[in-house]
Design a binder for this molecule. Structure first.
Ligand code: SF4
Length: 698
C-alpha cells in the first residue's frame, strides 16, 4: 500500500487490478475510456463519453475517480438517473472495487450514497407529529385504508431501519403515505435546532458522505446542490454524470413549479392554525377561484395569459404574501420552539405558492403582474397540429406562424406555462418550466467543476452536438469521445424497417401493424419486447394478439414492471409489451429477448407543452426546431429502445421498426445514424427467415 499520494499507481494499472479482482477481461473501449476520464480530471476539462453496453463503463470512470479522490483528498460525486444503477454501484461495483484496489491505495476507498432529504425518514416529524397534511380522508375509503396500511408499514419499518432510506421499504409506499413521515430540505428545522437532529437519518447520510471518496447521488440532488446557495453534497471538484442522456429532463423536473387548488389548500391548512382566520380565508378564497378557473380551462400550453387567469394568479400571490406577513418574523422560532416545525412548514408552502404564482406571471412578461393581460380565449388546445413536421413549420413563424410579434415573443420567452388535466384525485395543475436548462447547467454545474458525462447514448445523428447544446456547453469547452461497443452489431443484429406498411396514423394501431407484429412474433417463437409509443397502442396490440397467438403475452400494468420483466426473462416463449419505462429499463441478456418491435418513431406527443414550446423557441431564434427538439428526442429514445436487443456478447436478434418513415423521411438519416450499426433490411421475408433460424439455434 503506497504511503504517499505521489506514489499512486497510474489509472491503467489500477484498472488492470480492478478488472482482475472482479474476474473480468480487459476491453479496449474500457481502457480508452478510463484513460480519457483520468486525463479529463487531470486537465480539468469536461468530457462526454459514449460507451456502448458491455464496455464496462462504470469501472472505467470509478477507477480514475477513486484515484483522484485518493490524490486530492476530495470526494468525487457520481450521479445516476435511476435507482437501479445507484444500487448496482453501491451494492455491487463499489464494494468489489474497494476490495480490489485497497492494497494499491493509501487507504481503502470509502463510498456512500446520498439522496434528497425527503427520501429519508424524519424522526422529528415522526415523534412530534407534524400537522396532518392530507385532507382527503373524506374521499374514497378504499384509498384511505390502503394509505393507512402503508402508514402502518412505515411505522413498523421505522423501528428497525438503520438508514431511514425510503427505498428500503419493499414493496414501496405511496408519496401520500411517505409525506406523513418526511420533510423537504426547506421544511427541515436544521440539525442544530431540531430535537432529533443528533439522530437524524438525513444528517447521518450526509456525515457518511462527507467521509467518502465516492458519493453516489441522483441527478435531482446534483441539480439542487449546484443551484442552491447552500451545499447539499460534500465539497467536490469532479462530477461523473452517468445516464447523462437523462440529465436535462431530470434537471427540468427539479426546476418545474406547480400550482393547483391542492397546493394552495395545503398552505392554508399549514398557516391556518398560526395566523388570523380572516387572512387565511383570503388565501382559501383565492385557491377556490383558481380551482374554478382551472376546472373549465382546456389543458395544454398557455400561450398568452388570459385576463381571468392573470387576475387569479395575482390574487393567489397577494393572499399568500399576506399570510407570510401575518406569520411574523422568520427568526421568531427560537422564542417559540414548540411551533418551530409548524411555522417552518407553513413558510415553506406559502413561499412556494407565492413564488410560483409570481413566476407564472413573469413568464408572460412585465405587463402580466396583476392587471391581467391578453385574451381569455388564447389558451393552446392539445392535438391542434398533425405531426412533428407540421408543428415545426407552424412554429417557424412563416406562412402558418404568428408573424413577427409572435416570433419576437418566442425569442424573449424564458419559461413556459401549461395546464395539466386532473387525474383521479389529482386536480388540474398549472406548471411552469424553463424553455432551456442549458444556461443554468453551464453556470451552476459546469462552472467550477470538471464534469464527465457518460451514457450508451450520447452521439445523436453521429455527433454529440445535440446533447452538448442542451447541456449549455460551447465548442472548445469540452471533448467528446465514442469508445464504441464490444458487440459486433452488423453480425449479431438486424435492423428491419417495414417500408411496405402505411405511416402510423393518429387513431390507434393500424390493422396492418397488428398483422406484421403477429408474423414477426410467430417467426421468433415469442421472445419479443414490444416498445410502443403510447399505452393505448401497447394495450390494443396485446388485446388483438392474445386472441391470435399461442404465446404468453404480458402487458405493462398487468403487474409491477420489475415482476413482468422477471417473468419475461424467465420464459423464452413470453412476450412483453409496454411503453416508456421499458424503452430504457429492460436488461434481459440471452435468448428470451431476440426481437425488439418498435411501433412508431417516438416523437414527443403533439400536445407535449414543453417540447412544442421548446421547438417553437428554437425555430423563432433561427434554428431548426423540429431537428433540435422532436428529432433529437426521438433519436435518443430509438437508440435506447434498440439498445435493449444486445445485452451480452452472445446475444443475437432483430430490431423491427414498423414505422416506414425511418427509411423514407427527410430526417431518417439523422435517426438511423443514432442507432447501433446493425445490418439493415426492409425485406419482411428475410427477417422472418432470420428469426426462424435464430429460434431453431436457441
Ligand atoms: S433535522 Fe430535519 S430531517 Fe432531521 S429529524 Fe430534524 S427536522 Fe427531520
Amino acid at each position: 500500500m503506497p504511503k504517499d499520494r505521489s506514489e499512486l499507481p497510474p489509472v491503467e494499472e489500477l484498472l488492470t487490478a480492478a478488472v482482475t479482482g472482479l474476474g473480468g477481461v480487459e476491453r479496449p473501449g474500457q481502457v480508452k475510456m478510463a484513460q480519457a476520464v483520468g486525463d479529463a480530471i487531470e486537465s480539468e476539462e469536461h468530457l462526454a463519453v459514449q460507451a456502448g453496453t458491455g464496455t464496462g463503463k462504470s469501472l472505467a470512470y470509478l477507477v480514475p475517480a477513486i484515484r483522484h479522490a485518493a490524490e486530492s483528498g476530495d470526494a468525487v460525486v457520481v450521479s445516476t438517473a435511476t435507482i437501479a444503477l445507484q444500487r448496482q454501484l453501491v451494492d455491487r461495483d463499489l464494494p468489489r472495487l474497494a476490495d480490489a484496489l485497497e492494497s494499491l491505495l493509501p487507504h481503502r476507498p470509502e463510498f456512500a450514497i446520498l439522496k434528497g432529504r425527503r427520501n429519508y425518514l424524519c424522526r422529528h416529524k415522526m415523534a412530534a407529529g407534524m400537522p396532518e397534511d392530507e385532507d382527503d380522508q373524506l374521499f374514497d375509503p378504499r384509498e384511505v385504508s390502503a394509505t393507512g396500511r402503508m402508514v402502518q408499514r412505515i411505522q413498523d419499518w421505522a423501528n428497525e431501519t438503520e438508514t431511514g432510506d425510503r427505498d428500503e421499504i419493499v414493496p414501496g409506499v405511496s408519496d401520500q403515505a411517505w409525506r406523513q413521515f418526511s420533510v423537504t430540505a426547506r421544511e427541515c428545522l436544521g440539525a442544530q435546532r431540531c430535537p432529533s437532529g443528533a439522530d437524524c437519518f438525513a444528517e447521518l447520510a450526509r456525515e457518511r458522505a462527507g467521509e467518502a471518496d465516492v458519493v453516489v447521488t441522483n441527478h435531482a440532488l446534483l441539480a439542487i446542490d449546484a443551484m442552491e446557495d447552500f451545499a447539499v453534497l460534500p465539497e467536490h471538484d469532479v462530477v461523473v454524470v452517468d445516464e447523462a442522456h437523462e440529465l436535462v429532463d431530470r434537471v427540468t423536473s427539479v426546476v418545474t413549479g406547480e400550482l393547483s387548488e391542492s397546493t394552495v389548500s395545503l398552505a392554508v391548512r399549514r398557516a391556518g392554525r398560526l395566523i388570523e382566520q380572516g387572512v387565511a380565508d383570503r388565501l382559501q378564497e383565492a385557491g377556490e377561484d383558481l380551482r374554478a378557473l382551472l376546472a373549465v380551462a382546456p389543458p395544454g400550453r398557455v400561450d398568452t395569459l388570459p385576463q381571468s387567469l392573470g387576475m387569479t394568479l395575482a390574487l393567489v400571490r397577494d393572499a399568500a404574501f399576506a399570510c407570510i406577513t401575518a406569520l411574523g418574523p422568520r427568526n421568531k422560532d427560537k422564542d417559540d420552539p414548540e411551533n418551530a416545525g409548524l411555522r417552518k412548514a407553513a413558510f415553506t408552502t406559502l413561499d412556494e405558492v407565492h413564488d410560483t404564482a409570481q413566476r407564472m406571471l413573469d413568464a408572460f412578461g412585465p405587463a402580466a403582474g396583476g392587471d391581467g393581460a391578453g385574451d381569455d380565449e388564447d389558451v393552446d388546445s392539445p392535438g391542434s397540429q398533425d405531426s412533428a413536421s407540421a408543428r415545426d413549420s407552424a412554429s417557424s413563424g412563416g406562412a402558418n406562424g404568428g408573424g413577427t410579434d409572435a416570433r419576437s415573443e418566442e425569442v424573449h420567452r424564458a419559461e413556459v406555462v401549461w395546464l395539466e388535466e386532473g387525474r383521479g384525485r389529482i386536480p388540474p395543475t398549472l406548471r411552469v418550466a424553463p424553455l432551456s436548462v442549458g444556461g443554468m447547467l453551464r453556470d451552476k454545474l459546469f462552472g467550477d467543476r470538471t464534469v464527465v458525462l457518460t451514457s450508451a447514448t450520447l452521439a445523436l445523428g453521429g455527433t454529440f452536438d445535440s446533447l452538448s447544446r442542451q447541456w449549455g456547453l460551447r465548442a472548445g469547452e469540452w471533448t467528446g469521445l465514442d469508445v464504441g461497443s464490444p458487440f459486433d452489431h452488423p453480425r449479431r443484429g438486424i435492423l428491419y424497417v417495414a417500408t411496405h406498411l402505411p405511416q402510423p396514423g393518429r387513431d390507434g394501431l393500424p390493422e396492418a401493424y397488428v398483422d406484421e407484429i403477429a408474423e414477426l412474433i410467430e417467426a421468433a417463437g415469442g421472445r419479443t419486447l414490444g416498445l410502443f409509443s403510447s399505452m393505448r397502442a401497447a394495450k390494443a396490440a396485446t388485446e388483438a394478439l392474445r386472441e391470435r397467438l399461442d404465446v404468453p403475452l404480458l402487458c405493462q400494468g398487468d403487474d409491477s414492471t420489475s415482476q413482468l420483466v422477471k417473468q419475461f426473462a424467465g420464459d423464452p416463449a413470453t412476450c412483453l409489451f409496454g411503453t416508456l419505462s421499458l424503452w430504457q429499463g429492460v436488461d434481459v441478456p440471452g435468448p428470451s429477448l431476440t426481437l425488439v418491435i418498435i411501433d412508431r418513431i417516438p416523437f414527443p406527443r403533439p400536445d407535449d407543452p414543453l417540447a412544442s414550446a421548446r421547438q417553437r423557441h428554437v425555430a423563432a431564434t433561427g434554428g431548426n426546431g423540429f431537428m433540435a427538439v422532436a428529432a433529437t428526442h426521438a433519436a435518443l429514445l430509438l437508440a435506447q429502445g434498440a439498445g435493449r436487443l444486445l445485452r451480452s456478447m452472445d446475444d443475437r436478434g432483430v430490431v423491427a421498426v414498423l414505422d416506414p418513415r425511418l427509411a423514407t423521411a427527410r430526417y431518417s438519416g439523422f435517426l438511423l445514424n443514432s442507432l447501433p450499426p446493425f445490418w439493415r433490411t426492409t425485406d419482411p421475408a428475410k427477417v422472418r427467415d432470420a428469426l426462424r433460424r435464430l429460434t431453431a439455434d436457441a
